[in-house]
Structure formats: C-alpha cells, structure tokens
Design a binder for this molecule. Structure first.
Ligand code: FPP
Length: 266
C-alpha cells in the first residue's frame, strides 16, 4: 500500500474511533501511559472566526480545553504535561491580542491556582519570563508558589518560550561553567545539555499532540522532541477535550517505539 493509502486508512480509523470515555479508558494500558505529554494549543483563532467571533474568544475557549486536559492528566497519573501558551514569535501578533493573551494568563493564574493545588499539580513556567511585564511575572510567581507542593503532575506552561532561545540559554550557562572551571569541555554530553534546558530534571515528551492539523513544530521543545511520537489531529484546540485526549493516548499506545533500532522480530 502507498503512503496515500496508509494515511487514508489511518484517517478512517481515527474517524471511527469511539467517543465513549469509558470504552476509551478501558482500551488504555495504565502501565504504558506516556510519562510526558506535550501539546501545541493551536486553532483558537480559526475556531472563533468560523463562528463569527473575534479570535480572542477562541483563546478563552482554549483555556477550558487546557483545564480538561490538565484534570485528565492528573486523574490518569501522567507525570508531566507541557503546554505551549505563548511563543517568542507570538510578539508579532497585533498588540490587542498580545495584551489579551497576557491578561488571560493572569486571570488563569488567579482563578485556577487553588484547583491545581488541590489536584496535586505543580506548575512550572518555562520560557524567558524575565522579559514579561510585572503583573504577568507576579502571576507566574504566585502560581508557582501556590502549587509548589504538587506531587501528581508537573504542568509546564511555556510562556514567552522559544526552543532556539532555550538552547542558546543552555549554551550560555554551560559556557560560563567551562570558563569558571566548574565543567570540563570533554565532560559535555547530551545529559549536560538536557540538564541546562528549562525542562531540566524532567523526562522528554513521549507524545506530542498537535491540533488544528498543522504538521510543524513551531519552535517548541526542539531538543526534547527528538524521539517523541507525534499525534496530529484536525480538531481545533477549543474543541479538544477529554475524549480527544483519550483518543490520542489510545493511538500512542498502538505505536511501536524503536528509538532508531529495528522492528521487533526483524
Ligand atoms: C495558537 O492558536 C494559540 C495561541 C497563540 C495561544 C494559546 C493560548 C491559550 C490556549 C490560552 C492561554 C493559556 C493560558 C495558560 C492561560 P492561534 O491563535 O494561532 O489559532 P489559529 O492558528 O487558528 O489562528
């Protein structure tokens, strides 16, 4: 079968997949859940425009999707979830949309921190947070402080995040250690680099979910996604809820991960 055939068979299988939460849960093997799921929350603007609303309404609805995915990740004991909230490239958007997104984050921090804490979620904001305005920095500080004791799920919220900048920051930190004699150049390896990324101490994502049908990485976790399984769905982020998340997990568990090795039995 050609690539086209494989893709269309996969599309049909996806479309046929049940929307029954209990059935989807019963199809999951709890011992093989991803240790880290990353999501690019895309399609908010399209969702809103399709309904004749301003793009900002899509972002607001996107927060509801994030809440559902965070709740379910904690329920399923997935240890790490990373969500792309604002990229270093998003500064190119109209100022009103940027202000709206920043205010939405502040609002989210204020409204959700107690529930996150109750559910054992520890929030870690990844990105160049020093570049943000004081009210956003204060919201980040409060959110991280309130949820500091969370032991169920680490929620990485990528705010003013760009993977290339993250790598640049790691290179700078490593270089400083070499200059000050704390690290020898010959001791620099993959672990040292990983340990200097914003995600240090966390496992790399096993699964990347990309809604809105886009097949690109958008400068998200470039180093960490080296062996990650990708799940691309046409569903727009505001329509992405518990069922879509469970479907993504079922798909993930059907994949055979080879990490550059060979298929079993070959
Ligand atoms: C991309 O959709 C989405 C964003 C740039 C922002 C994502 C933010 C949220 C879901 C809410 C804010 C998060 C927190 C933590 C409060 P798009 O606008 O590019 O959609 P489009 O491609 O359809 O235009």
């Amino acid at each position: 079968m050609g690539l086209k055939g494989i893709v269309s068979r996969r599309r049909i299988a996806e479309a046929k997949m049940t929307r029954d939460e209990d059935v989807l849960k019963s199809r999951l093997d709890p011992s093989r859940l991803p240790r880290h799921v990353a999501v690019i929350m895309d399609g908010n603007g399209r969702w809103a425009l399709k309904r004749g609303f301003p793009r900002t309404v899509g972002h607001q609805k996107g927060v509801d999707s994030l809440r559902e995915v965070v709740r379910l990740s904690a329920e399923l004991n997935i240890p790490v979830l990373s969500a792309y909230a604002f990229s270093t490239e998003n500064w190119r958007r109209p100022p009103e949309e940027i202000t709206f997104l920043m205010d939405l984050f502040v609002d989210y921090a204020g409204k959700e921190s107690e529930e996150l804490k109750r559910n054992g979620v520890k929030v870690r904001v990844i990105g160049r947070v020093e570049g943000l305005s004081p009210h956003v920095s204060e919201a980040i500080r409060m959110l991280e402080e309130t949820t500091r004791g969370g032991r169920v799920l680490v929620l990485n919220l990528a705010v003013n995040y760009g993977a290339r900048w993250e790598i640049v920051d790691a290179v700078k930190a490593i270089t400083e250690k070499v200059w000050s004699g704390k690290l020898k150049p010959e001791d620099i390896d993959e672990t040292v680099v990983s340990d200097h990324l914003y995600t240090s101490g966390l496992p790399d994502p096993d699964l990347l979910i990309r809604p809105a049908g886009e097949f690109r990485l958008s400068n998200f976790l470039l180093w960490q996604l080296a062996y990650t399984e990708f799940y691309v769905t046409p569903v727009l982020w505001p329509d992405f809820g518990r069922v879509e998340f469970l479907q993504a997990l079922v798909h993930y568990q059907r994949r055979e991960r080879r990490y550059g090795g060979l298929k079993r039995g070959l």
